[in-house]
Design a protein around this ligand. Structure first.
Ligand SMILES: [Zn+2]
Length: 225
């Protein structure tokens, strides 16, 4: 297969437009990829996700070599390839700049604490990867350890990264990151965010593992599972 599969391209274009409509990316920002067998379909660099077309998409192999498409692959291709290397179960990766979540990382407000039950259940936590220069191997290195355990990660001073079983799964996780950030920020304005008790976190974690929400490589905390 060295042609672009329309059945994979179609949801990718829909996800790109949804990211733009929801203002999770602006201008030419953000990048989306999906894995199919040994190949990875990715958005190109320099194209707005709101106006992207099928002919803009680029197909690469696991080493990033272009197999089909006329554009250049996203400048964050190394980041995407790193996720697929660490996570054989990953079928889609999204990097976006959700404004509230990004603002939290700029202000040093962590989203890793157990505050929202839905986040603990489905994502475990939303940790923050240390700052690295966009589009460089350092960015891939910065997320290397976290992506094997978490499906949603803040990138310090930059944006967020989500990993999914398919494109829509990765998209909804990005929506959830932004919604969680917005809610936690509001709670802080209202006097502070209370943490869920450890016993409830343990219960939600066990439930999340049982329902298959957590990445297969995630090891349950001691005494859980
Ligand atoms: Zn970015």
């Amino acid at each position: 297969m060295t042609t672009i599969d329309k059945d994979l391209a179609k949801p990718m274009l829909a996800v790109c437009r949804a990211l733009y409509r929801r203002q999770l990316v602006a201008a030419l920002d953000g990048n989306v990829s999906a894995k199919q067998g040994a190949y990875i379909l990715t958005t190109p660099s320099g194209v707005s996700k709101g106006f992207i077309r099928l002919k803009d998409l680029v197909l690469v192999d696991a080493a990033g070599q272009v197999l089909a498409g006329t554009g250049r692959p996203t400048s964050e291709l190394l980041l995407h390839l790193e996720v697929y290397r660490q996570r054989p179960d990953a079928a889609a990766v999204i990097h976006a700049h959700p404004p509230v979540a990004t603002a939290c990382s700029i202000a040093g407000l962590s989203l890793a604490e157990p505050i929202l039950p839905e986040v603990v259940l489905t994502l475990g936590a939303i940790p923050t990867a240390p700052y690295a220069t966009t589009g460089t191997p350092a960015m891939a290195a910065a997320v290397r350890d976290l992506v094997s355990v978490y499906d949603a990660i803040l990138l310090e001073q930059h944006g967020a990264l989500t990993i999914g079983r398919d494109l829509w799964d990765a998209y909804y996780k990005m929506e959830k990151v932004e919604h969680a950030a917005w809610t936690v920020w509001l709670a802080k304005q209202l006097g502070g965010a209370r943490f869920l008790p450890p016993a409830e976190v343990a219960k939600l974690t066990t439930l999340g593992i049982r329902k298959g929400y957590r990445p297969p490589s995630a090891t349950p905390p001691p005494g859980i599972g």
